[in-house]
Design a protein around this ligand. Structure first.
Ligand SMILES: NC(=O)c1ccc[n+]([C@@H]2O[C@H](COP(=O)([O-])OP(=O)(O)OC[C@H]3O[C@@H](n4cnc5c(N)ncnc54)[C@H](OP(=O)(O)O)[C@@H]3O)[C@@H](O)[C@H]2O)c1
Length: 215
């Protein structure tokens, strides 16, 4: 598929390189065209695939799926620059805000959906960028599970494919209204990691999580 990425930083690089290596056409975008073009050239070499650079509007038009991978400080300006091409599109939101200023009443995924009119799926926000460079991310023999929060079946199907292309397992996390819980989870575990705790150790395996029937 064609993947337009709003951003040309670490997350754009890590995810975009993997997807270009898996055979997708990728376009990254940033505020500085020269910097984005240099990033795209490095990614293409590393992936042995096709990576272009463009403006935010060009990446938004290019993608069958558009990934939002910018800092919160630049989010609204970036979405405005991306423009009307995002309306009705599958949008993957990987963003996190500053964990110290986390506010449960304010969801970045909800904001992106409201501003763009796109079909937002929140994903990839729970792990450090270096995890998304792993081929594949497997820990203790288990492939990494990636929760997805979104409503649109086609957008969710596209993002499930992108998760599988990384060697990860997609997990349905509910609708976009639950994306704020993924944002809260990121803020919480980042706090644990900064304190030196092993956040992975706070949850028991499924067999010890009570007697649940699948919904
Ligand atoms: N890094 C991680 O481990 C990680 C993990 C999960 C989620 N995330 C989230 O993913 C998003 C991207 O993170 P990243 O690590 O890729 O960041 P990054 O390397 O700093 O790249 C940030 C990107 O945002 C763009 N941007 C647009 N307006 C901006 C502004 N006003 N201030 C700063 N940057 C602006 C930058 O454009 P230019 O190219 O023009 O500089 C750049 O392409 C963030 O929301 C972050 O919270 C990051």
């Amino acid at each position: 598929m064609r993947i337009g990425i709003l951003g040309a930083g670490g997350m754009a690089d890590a995810l975009g390189t993997q997807w270009a290596g898996a055979g997708h056409e990728v376009m990254v975008s940033g505020r500085d065209q020269g910097r984005s073009a240099a990033r795209a050239a490095l990614m293409a070499t590393q992936a042995g695939g096709e990576v272009r650079a463009g403006s935010f509007a060009e990446a938004a038009s290019f993608g069958d799926v558009v990934v939002v991978a910018v800092r919160e400080a630049g989010l609204l300006d970036t979405l405005r620059a991306a423009g009307a091409a995002l309306r009705g599109k599958a949008i993957v939101d990987v963003t996190n805000g500053d964990p110290k200023e986390f506010d449960l009443t304010r969801s970045l995924a909800r904001l992106i959906a409201d501003v763009t009119g796109g079909h937002v799926v929140k994903a990839f926000n729970l792990c450090h960028v270096d995890v998304w460079r792993m081929t594949p991310p497997v820990f203790g023999g288990r492939p990494l599970a990636v929760p997805l929060c979104g409503d649109d079946p086609e957008a969710l199907a596209a993002v499930r494919t992108l998760v599988a292309d990384l060697g990860c397992t997609p997990v349905h996390g509910g609708g976009v209204e639950r994306a704020v819980l993924l944002e809260a989870t990121a803020a919480f575990v980042i706090g644990l990691w900064f304190g030196g705790a092993d956040a992975q150790a706070i949850l028991p395996p499924l067999a010890s999580s009570g007697d649940h029937q699948p919904a």
